[in-house]
Design a protein around this ligand. Structure first.
Ligand code: AMP
Ligand code: GLY
Length: 426
C-alpha cells in the first residue's frame, strides 16, 4: 500500500513512525513533513493547506490512502476533493469537520441528542451576549465560534472580564471572522481528559484516553499552548468511564452526524471534563491531538495502515485493536519564547543518543535539516516520548532523554504527568 501523510508536525511524525512499522505499507510520503519524518518517509514540499497541490501529488504518486493530520485541510475539503478523484482518505469530509469548525454547530448537536456538555447560549449580537452573561453570573466561559488557533476561549472569573472577552471577539474582532459569533457557557469543574475513537461512518472503535498539559509552564500556569506534554492512558478514565463516554458521547455523536447527512469518518477526539456527574464534552476535534498522538502511537500494537484504511473504507467492525499495557509519556521541547515570539534556526545536537535510549523515541514537531545539522523550525520542536511500566518510569526515561539532547535555545516543562504520578503514589 502507498500512503501519503498530510502535515509536518509531531502528530504527523508519530503517524509516519507508526505507518512505517506497518507490514502493508510499502511506500510512505509526507507533505510537507519535517527533518524527523524524512527518516521514515519521502517528504515532498507541498503545503498542508494546498488542497489542489495535495490532490495532484496523491495522483502523481498513485497513493492508496491519504492520512490527513491537521484540521485546516479537513475543514477546507481535502477529503472531499480526494474522494472526487476516487482516492481513499482517513479524515472527515468538510461537512463532518464542522464538528471542530463550528462550536455553535457542535453545541446544537449536543442539545438535539442529549449529549452531556456545559449549558450554553449562542450569540451574534454583542448586547444580547452581554445580557446573557449578566443573567448567568460568573465564573463563565466565552468562546469564539470558529477556528481561532486554540486562543478563542476565555475563562472569566467575573462578569466584567466576560464582557471584555465578548468585546474583544465581537467589537475589536481579534479573532477575525471566527469571533463574529460567540458561544457562552457554564464553567465546569473537574479533571480534563482526552478520549479518542476511530469512526467509519457507522462503527466507532474506542482508541485510548490521554491527558495533555496545555499551559506553557510548570504547575499548569502561563499562556495556553498547543500542548507541552501528554500521557496515555489517563488514570481518570477508568474502564467504566470509557464505557460511559462511548455510550453517552461518542455513539450519539456518530448517530447524530449520520442523521444530519454528515456521516463522520476519521478520528473523533473528545475533550472532556470528568465531573462529579460524569463526562461532559468541552469540545470535539476532528483529528488526532498533538502531542496526544505521539503517546497513542507508542502504545498501539495493531498494524496502523490496516486500521486507518478500514476506517476510510467503512470496515472498522472487522478490526480489533491491541495496546501495550505500559504508560507512554511525551515531553514537548519548545523554542525559548513559545507560545510568544521565538527564534528559528537554532542548532539541536545529540538527538541520536537520546533516541537510542531504552523505551524512548524522539519525534520531531518543527525541525529542518541543513548541512547535516538539525535546526529548530517552529514553536514546538521535539516530542520526547517514552514507555514505562509505570507513569513514573515513563517520565524518568523521557526526562533522561530530554537531558541528553543538546539544545540550549529550547525549554520544556519538568512536571509532565504530575497528576498521574501523584495518583500512582497515593
Ligand atoms: P476548548 O478549546 O473549548 O477545549 O477550551 C480550551 C480549554 O479551556 C479547555 O481545555 C479547558 O481547560 C477550558 N474550558 C473550556 N470550556 C470550559 C468550561 N465550560 N468549563 C471549564 N473549563 C473550560
Ligand atoms: N493537544 C491538544 C490538541 O491537539 O488540540
Amino acid at each position: 500500500m502507498k500512503i501519503l501523510i498530510v502535515g509536518g508536525g509531531g502528530r504527523e511524525h508519530a503517524l509516519a513512525w507508526g505507518l512505517s512499522r506497518s507490514a502493508g505499507c510499502d511506500a510512505l510520503y509526507c507533505a510537507p513533513g519535517n527533518a524527523g519524518i524524512a527518516a521514515v518517509a519521502e517528504c515532498i514540499d507541498v503545503g498542508a493547506e494546498d488542497v489542489p497541490g495535495l490532490v495532484a501529488l496523491a495522483k502523481e504518486k498513485s497513493v492508496d490512502l491519504v492520512v490527513v493530520g491537521p484540521e485546516a485541510p479537513l475543514v477546507a475539503g481535502l477529503v472531499d476533493a480526494l474522494g472526487a478523484e476516487g482516492i481513499a482518505a482517513f479524515g472527515p469530509t468538510a461537512a463532518a469537520a464542522i464538528l471542530e469548525g463550528s462550536k455553535g454547530f457542535m453545541k446544537d448537536l449536543f442539545a438535539k441528542r442529549g449529549i452531556p456538555t456545559a449549558a450554553y447560549g449562542r450569540f451574534t449580537d454583542r448586547d444580547e451576549a452581554a445580557r446573557y452573561v449578566r443573567e448567568q453570573g460568573a465564573p463563565i466561559v466565552v468562546k469564539a465560534d470558529g477556528l481561532a488557533a486554540g486562543k478563542g476561549v476565555t475563562l472569566c472569573r467575573s462578569v466584567d472580564e466576560a464582557i471584555q472577552a465578548i468585546d474583544e471577539a465581537m467589537v475589536d474582532k481579534v479573532f477575525g471572522e471566527a469571533g463574529a459569533e460567540v458561544v457562552i457557557e457554564e464553567f465546569l469543574a473537574g479533571e480534563e481528559a482526552s478520549f479518542f475513537a476511530l469512526v467509519d461512518g457507522k462503527t466507532a472503535l474506542p482508541l485510548a484516553s490521554a491527558q495533555d498539559h496545555k499551559a506553557a509552564h510548570d504547575g499548569d500556569i502561563g499562556p495556553n499552548t498547543g500542548g507541552m506534554g501528554a500521557y496515555s492512558p489517563a488514570p481518570v478514565v477508568t474502564s467504566e468511564m470509557a464505557d460511559r463516554i462511548m455510550d453517552e458521547v461518542i455513539r450519539p455523536t456518530i448517530e447524530g452526524m449520520a442523521a444530519e447527512g454528515r456521516p463522520y469518518r476519521g478520528v473523533l477526539f473528545a475533550g472532556l471534563m470528568i465531573t462529579d456527574d460524569g463526562p461532559k464534552v468541552l469540545e470535539f476535534n476532528v483529528r488526532f491531538g498533538d502531542p496526544e498522538c505521539q503517546v497513542l502511537m507508542a502504545r498501539l500494537e495493531t498494524d496502523l495502515a490496516q486500521v486507518l484504511l478500514a476506517a476510510a473504507e467503512g470496515r472498522l467492525s472487522e478490526i480489533e485493536l491491541s495496546w501495550r499495557d505500559e504508560t507512554a509519556l511525551v515531553v514537548v521541547m519548545a523554542a525559548e519564547g513559545y507560545p510568544g515570539s521565538y527564534e528559528k534556526g537554532t542548532e539541536i545536537g545529540n538527538l541520536g543518543a537520546a533516541d537510542a535510549m531504552e523505551g524512548v523515541v524522539v519525534l520531531h514537531a518543527g525541525t529542518k535539516a541543513a548541512d547535516g545539522k538539525i535546526l529548530a523550525n517552529g514553536g514546538r520542536v521535539l516530542g520526547v516520548t517514552a514507555l514505562g511500566s509505570s507513569v513514573r518510569e515513563a517520565r524518568t526515561r523521557a526526562y533522561a532523554a530530554v537531558d541528553a539532547i543538546d539544545w540550549p535555545d529550547g525549554f520544556c516543562r519538568r512536571d509532565i504527568g504530575w497528576r498521574a504520578v501523584a495518583r500512582e503514589e497515593a
